[in-house]
Design a protein around this ligand. Structure first.
Ligand code: WQD
Length: 342
């Protein structure tokens, strides 16, 4: 696939912004579409700085089919990478209707606009959460049934099903479903990174905020699991590796044999809370305050990806180490203690 014009929905977000940069570095043209409900406009300034040129961006509510159609009609992308969506597990349990409406309607708007304007390449930001609580570890893309344990995860399962049915009825459409494991890290420049609004629910950004003094201490949610050090194991993957996985996936669509193909994007190994925490303390050069508390409901003891398919078919593997992840997060957070400017 040569130089392609790509619309990145959610391109001002954490995964989206890193994906935009990797696409530009690979020689593609990019337009960002974002409603800035969970991202700051300053992200686009940083992307322009890193890319050496302004990155075109359209502010749009993708749940509005008319506005979404107008954006696709104007920018005529040859491919769409869809990273726009609500993604907080706990919040989705408190506000399921908002999650179903936002995540599903944005997808419907994009697919209808793509059909109307002849766009037939689509990459979807899915999640390992689609494997639910009972899949054998390591997770295989062939696992069925998909059955997430929360409304957020169920929107991902539903959208994967919508895409499968729609692609079966749309000759020429090619779709890649990218099932992210635990994205962490930041661009090594320290100029873009994860900037969760409010109290972080995920481990890495919380530790980073402890390190810069925004949070008092890390609460370790249980150390009595049946794992080597008693804390949960997860498959952490550097966000730049993940971004490069999107480039590999969109470039592979032209030769993708089936209309829809799922790919695990993970490192293929489990890292414990304690290992990640200790690696962060090592890069900061001091023991960060923490305490072990009770387990968080819904947490699984351990899971990680089987990464064979992405390696064999996309030629993609996660290359960055845990030390790279924590060093890059620390550089981002220490240079931006309060995240992006308002
Ligand atoms: C990792 C480990 C916690 C915070 C979630 C979503 C998943 C995906 C990635 C979207 C667990 C422990 C955490 C803290 C802790 N998101 N922890 N103290 O739960 O594996 O995955 O984010 O797709 O869908 O479920 O990630 O970072 O929240 O937790 O001890 O303050 O860190 O118990 O073992 P998780 P996480």
């Amino acid at each position: 696939m040569g130089r392609v014009r790509i619309l990145v929905a959610g391109g001002a977000g954490y995964i989206g912004s890193h994906t935009v940069l990797s696409l530009l570095e690979a020689g593609h043209q990019v337009v960002v579409a974002d409603d800035f409900s969970n991202a700051r406009p300053a992200v686009l300034d940083r992307l322009g700085e890193l890319a050496g040129r302004p990155v075109p961006c359209v502010e749009v509510d993708l749940t509005d089919p008319g506005r979404t159609d107008a954006v696709v009609a104007e920018h005529r992308p040859e491919a769409v990478i869809h990273c726009a969506g609500l993604k907080a597990v706990g919040e989705s349990t408190d506000a399921p209707l908002r999650y179903y409406r936002t995540n599903l309607d944005a997808t419907f708007s994009l697919l209808e606009a793509m059909r109307r304007h002849g766009v037939d390449r689509f990459v979807f930001s899915s999640s390992a959460t689609v494997y639910g609580d009972h899949a054998p570890v390591p997770y295989l893309e062939t696992h069925t049934p998909l059955a997430a344990a929360n409304p957020y995860g169920r929107t991902k399962v539903m959208i994967e099903q919508v895409l499968t049915d729609h692609a079966a009825a749309t000759p020429g459409l090619r779709v890649a479903l990218l099932r992210y494991f635990n994205p962490v890290g930041a661009h090594p420049s320290g100029r873009i990174g994860e900037d969760p609004q409010g109290v972080p629910t995920n481990l890495m950004p919380f530790v980073a905020q402890v390190a810069v003094g925004r949070r008092e201490r890390l609460a370790v949610f249980g150390d009595d699991y049946d794992t080597p050090d008693g804390t949960c194991l997860r498959d952490y993957v550097h966000v730049v590796d993940l971004a490069e996985g999107h480039v590999a996936a969109v470039e592979h669509l032209d030769v993708q044999a089936t209309p829809v193909r799922a790919f695990n994007l993970g490192g293929g190994r489990g890292t414990s809370v304690r290992e990640l925490f200790d690696a962060f303390c090592a890069v900061v050069g001091r023991e960060l305050p923490h305490e072990v508390v009770g387990r968080r409901s819904g947490d699984l003891p351990a899971y990680w990806a089987d990464t064979t398919r992405a390696a064999d078919e996309l030629g993609w593997r996660a290359r960055r180490s845990l030390e790279d992840m924590v060093a890059d997060v620390w550089r981002w957070q220490s240079q931006n203690p309060d995240g992006y400017p308002a």
